[in-house]
Unconditional design. Structure first.
Length: 233
């Protein structure tokens, strides 16, 4: 913890480290954007193909198998990314992005294309603003990170419970809570990545690890905003 605090002070106060950390963050954003692009193109391709749509959503075993595979890939990547070669880390990250696009294609079936586009740009603007705050603020966001992390566990539990309850009130409550939680995580994760870079440099494929972190923040922020603002077909 002491080492983390020292690194965080360096990341927040040391000008040369600040410049290097910002360069690192831009690299991380580029990889995140490539992942989002792969997800979006895959989702569009699946939603526009009746054969692919039937393959992914026509059989519950296929759909839930894909979801389980996504969770497994995230878990494996998070644990093993530090020991992977850069090419293996890139391949895994992109494979996950494409796999996620397969399951996320449902949004084009549930929501109108115009509302998906509108919410995407709202999410992108919100994400950019929150990232800027997290990357530039001199305030330690560790307390925010702890709060939203605990909130995330509560959100997961409430969402699972509502699968069975099907409560409209709980649906809207979790939607608003989801936006707040992933907004907080976006700012916190940006600052945390700068701190990690200040402590150890770009070791263990840190840019790709960070890209996955921010990718997940963006995707979840987008999905919860879509639940609130999207227009259903």
């Amino acid at each position: 913890m002491a080492q983390f605090d020292v690194a965080q002070r360096r990341a927040l106060t040391d000008a040369p480290s600040e410049e290097l950390a910002n360069e690192f963050l831009w690299k991380t954003y580029r990889w995140m954007s490539i992942g989002l692009g792969a997800t979006g193109l895959t989702a569009l391709a699946v939603s526009g193909s009746p054969a692919l749509t039937a393959l992914v959503f026509g059989n519950p075993f296929v759909f839930y198998g894909l979801l389980i595979a996504e969770l497994a890939m995230v878990a494996i990547f998070s644990v093993k990314v530090g020991s992977m070669s850069e090419s293996a880390a890139i391949t895994t990250f992109l494979a996950y992005s494409v796999l996620n696009g397969l399951t996320m294609s449902f949004i084009f079936m549930v929501y109108t294309a115009s509302s998906v586009t509108q919410v995407f740009f709202i999410s992108a603007g919100s994400f950019a603003g929150l990232s800027f705050i997290g990357a530039t603020t001199k305030r330690d966001l560790s307390a925010v990170g702890r709060f939203v992390t605990f909130g995330l566990f509560g959100l997961i539990i409430a969402s699972v419970v509502n699968i069975f309850m099907r409560s409209p009130a709980l649906y809207w409550l979790t939607s608003y809570a989801g936006v707040g939680i992933f907004a907080g995580l976006t700012a916190y994760d940006n600052q945390r990545l700068k701190t990690m870079f200040a402590a150890n440099g770009e070791r263990g494929n840190l840019a790709l690890r960070g890209a996955l972190m921010l990718y997940l923040d963006f995707i979840n922020l987008f999905l919860f905003l879509l639940r609130l603002l999207g227009k259903r077909r």
